[in-house]
Ligand binder design. Structure first.
Ligand SMILES: Cc1cc2nc3c(=O)[nH]c(=O)nc-3n(C[C@H](O)[C@H](O)[C@H](O)COP(=O)(O)OP(=O)(O)OC[C@H]3O[C@@H](n4cnc5c(N)ncnc54)[C@H](O)[C@@H]3O)c2cc1C
Length: 378
């Protein structure tokens, strides 16, 4: 064992235990991210004035296997339109019989308002299986720093709940930012978990006091000074961040300014289009197909359509009336992952697909442009 292995051995051991515990055979059935299931709502919890948690069980009542930090893509018919959105599973995989999502009501937002207004115990929701790479097992560490804002608390909450359930006593500093104390999601539970695990330290920072005049925590936004006070060893910590794009840009800037190693920074973006720059369409060369158009054949439905080389396969499929499950359209969420049986594409994703899936022939249609005729497993 070399010196690096020695330093990371305890963390790897913890994370291997976490990984083992999460994939243990009786710990839940594999639910592929390409497969839809019907979930039944069993409980709705008001977390704050605009955030609710919805707890679901599977139709057959069997447990679900996932990693903390992963999300599901839920699907509903809203005003006659099929709508799909990603929501992180806020419950831990250590309680696999129920999966919960914690949803912030977005003004004017289609799915979040529909869920808040319609999802009640007994109602059903279609969802694709868990997906995503924002998980602690992907980046083993002896010490972690969790930074969240608003509903971005959800993946970090699942990670925290899982490690407490497993008795892992991981060294985690969890700093959550909120508008006011009343907006702090999971405030009581996080404070209680911190009491259960001495190596979990939880801090809240609020932009204003709101109705809680006796709030004795700091007021303002997370600063380098506050970070150094609460996590003096932050340079040694693996950082996991989730929140609105503006928050994550600010946090990333702070960490870079403080000298944190960007390779040890991991983030999950909920803001589709805000945090991720869309990939510009490449210039079409004369050699690309006839006038830069290609034919796409679908193996299961035996349909086919032609498309321009400048278009993404997802958008061309939708224009051709082909139903493809999708959500973010930015190569983040992985909902449109599809096997490419023949041909080649230029894919520019943003973390929504793993290397081993690419090696197995899968591609994200939302960020793939054809470079030849294609056959897709659809
Ligand atoms: C991996 C991942 C995990 C996520 N996890 C969570 C989670 O745990 N909790 C959570 O709350 N959210 C989460 N999200 C965000 C979630 O997927 C949705 O984006 C969010 O709930 C908003 O969806 P919506 O349908 O309500 O809003 P949308 O209908 O998508 O609208 C979003 C915004 O666009 C505006 N808008 C809509 N239509 C128009 C239009 N035609 N013109 C101009 N503006 C318009 C709306 O007013 C609103 O402000 C996650 C996202 C990702 C990618």
């Amino acid at each position: 064992m070399n010196s690096v292995d020695k330093i990371f051995a305890p963390a790897l051991d913890l994370d291997n235990r976490l990984a083992d515990a999460l994939t243990w055979e009786h710990g839940g059935r594999l639910w592929p991210s390409s497969e839809q299931q019907t979930l039944t709502c069993c409980r709705v919890v008001d977390e704050t004035h605009d955030i609710k948690s919805f707890e679901f069980r599977t139709a057959d009542g069997l447990p679900v296997r996932f990693e903390p930090g992963q999300f599901m893509t839920v699907s509903a018919s809203v005003n006659g339109q099929s709508v799909e959105r990603c929501y992180t599973i806020s419950s831990p995989p250590t309680r696999p019989f129920l999966v919960s999502i914690t949803v912030k009501r977005v003004p004017g937002g289609t799915m979040s308002n529909w869920l808040h207004d319609n999802m009640k115990p007994g109602r059903e929701l279609r969802a694709y299986g868990p997906s995503g790479t924002f998980t602690p097992t992907a980046a083993p560490a002896t010490k972690s720093l969790y930074l969240s804002a608003g509903s971005g608390v959800t993946p970090l909450m699942s990670m925290t709940r899982a490690s407490i359930d497993l008795g892992l006593n991981r060294d985690v500093i969890f700093i959550h930012s909120a508008r006011t104390p009343a907006d702090i999601v999971f405030r009581e539970e996080l404070s209680r978990l911190a009491k259960l695990s001495p190596r979990l330290r939880v801090f809240f920072v609020c932009e204003g006091v709101g109705d809680e005049a006796d709030w004795d925590g700091p007021i303002g936004r997370l600063s380098l000074q506050l970070l150094s006070q609460w996590a003096p060893d932050y340079l040694e910590r693996e950082v996991f961040t989730c929140g609105p794009a503006g928050y994550m840009n600010a946090v990333r800037g702070l960490l870079l300014e403080g000298g944190h190693d960007p390779a040890r920074y991991h983030q999950e973006s909920f803001d589709i289009g805000a945090g991720v720059a869309p990939e510009p369409a490449p210039a079409v060369k004369e050699a690309d197909g006839a006038c830069g158009t290609f034919t796409v054949k679908l193996s299961r439905s035996a349909k086919s359509f032609t498309m321009s080389a400048t278009d993404t396969v997802l958008s061309a499929a939708k224009k051709a009336g082909v139903a493809v499950a999708s959500s973010c359209s930015q190569g983040v969420c992985g909902t449109c992952k599809t096997k490419l049986l023949e041909g080649s594409v230029d894919m520019k994703h943003n973390g929504g697909i793993r290397d081993r899936e690419v090696q197995k022939g899968f591609r994200l249609l939302c960020c793939s442009r054809p470079t030849s005729d294609l056959v897709l497993e659809l």
